[in-house]
Ligand binder design. Sequence first.
Ligand SMILES: Nc1ncnc2c1ncn2[C@@H]1O[C@H](COP(=O)(O)OP(=O)(O)OP(=O)(O)O)[C@@H](O)[C@H]1O
Ligand SMILES: [Mg+2]
Length: 203
Amino acid sequence: MLENHNQFMYICLEGIDGAGKSTQIKLLYDWLIESGHEVELVVEPTSSPVGVLIRKMLQNSRATEPDFQKTLGLLFAADRMILMDKIRDEESKGKIVISDRSFYSSMAYQSPSEWIAEINKFVRKPDLVILLDLDVETAVSRCQGTDEFEKKAFLSKVQKNYLELSDKEDFFVINANNGVNMVHRDIKRVVAPKLGICVDGIV
Ligand SMILES: Nc1ncnc2c1ncn2[C@@H]1O[C@H](COP(=O)(O)OP(=O)(O)OP(=O)(O)O)[C@@H](O)[C@H]1O
Ligand SMILES: [Mg+2]
């Protein structure tokens, strides 16, 4: 049990809407599997009843309003508590868990941060956080501005929060303006040494 815990890695990709998290988490998953690791891919919001509700609420045109964001903050905290069970399970099997978003998304998107931290007090924090850093303009154009969340002003604030968090919490920041393959290479270069994988001749 102790041995499993030492080897366990809970890795997450963070970044604003359109930063490339879903694209990159799949590439990361395939690469880790190819490297012979046992991996579980999780996504926030999850497919739990709370996660389903969150996805529905994110479609609401008022989704970026402060009160609505507070409700989302509470729901995300609940959804994440449910996810913790699964993470504990995978941990006990010695698997690596890679996650598309985490507690830090709540810290970047919702506020005030002290309250978000408090309601997420019992949530497991990732061992390794990779922030995909993308210009807001590019993010909006990638997402075609289809919903409220992709509005520029909102994403600019979230981006600023992410960069502030990255200083405090030692995130690995990757330039997500680059092409898919280059971003994947940069992610591998961060993860490989943590897991003792050889990549591009670097261990
Ligand atoms: N490096 C890249 N260069 C150009 N386009 C990209 C890149 N990475 C992803 N894309 C494209 O940008 C769009 C958004 O990517 P993706 O869905 O991976 O972002 P995301 O961070 O998961 O967004 P969300 O937070 O909204 O789920 C997709 O159409 C994807 O194909
Ligand atoms: Mg996504």
